[in-house]
Design a protein around this ligand. Sequence first.
Ligand code: MG
Length: 246
Amino acid sequence: MQAAALTDVGRVRQVNEDACLADSAHGLFIVSDGMGGAQAGELASQIVVRVLPELIEQQLARVKAMTAGAIRGGMQNAVADLSRHLREETAGRLGLAGMGATVVAMLVRGRFAHIVHLGDSRAYRLRDGKLQQLTEDHSVVGILLRAGEITPAEARDHPARGRLSRFVGMEGDASPDVCTVPARPGDRFLLCTDGLTGMVDAGGITRLLLGHDEPEAACRALIEVANQAGGHDNSTVIVARFDGPG
Ligand code: MG
């Protein structure tokens, strides 16, 4: 796995509340977008990338046979634990009310990529020149779109834009979505926050990935285009190229 990660504050915000981790040696990649007032957003996404690797490791240590189902279950449990951890961390602490974060995490084992997420940070796979979105946004607008109640054009400036239906640190039990997709040599995976996808559509992302084969160059190009389009939010990208099971 060859991977690169890049995060940028954008053109409008003062603070970068996104965080990311790319650990090629362990095949683990995480992107998180924090939210909440004062420093809460920054803190939330930092907790996600710091704590989640340990939680995943703990879960997988209990697994007897590393089947895809067992890995998915472990990742799901790890993110549910993470959500509880974040909520407990904020309980009763002044200034941290409303603290939460998105998470999208990918673990590559053998010829498979296992992806877990909460919120509207996304995972994509580029294969044979085609970009496939692997996650469904846990957002109010995403739910309305999938139900056919609003059009993609209406979604762009919907009043509920940005409101998440599920996230790390939410009240009650977070139920993360998890999926497994096969990886073939040459496949490229992209994990990103909404700072990218709010500014660049799927066609634009496809063209940029096709135009930049090296993960590092692709990351730079994606962030640059998000900023050229206005850079309204922090943007974070991880591009990982699968070269074969390591
Ligand atoms: Mg964002």
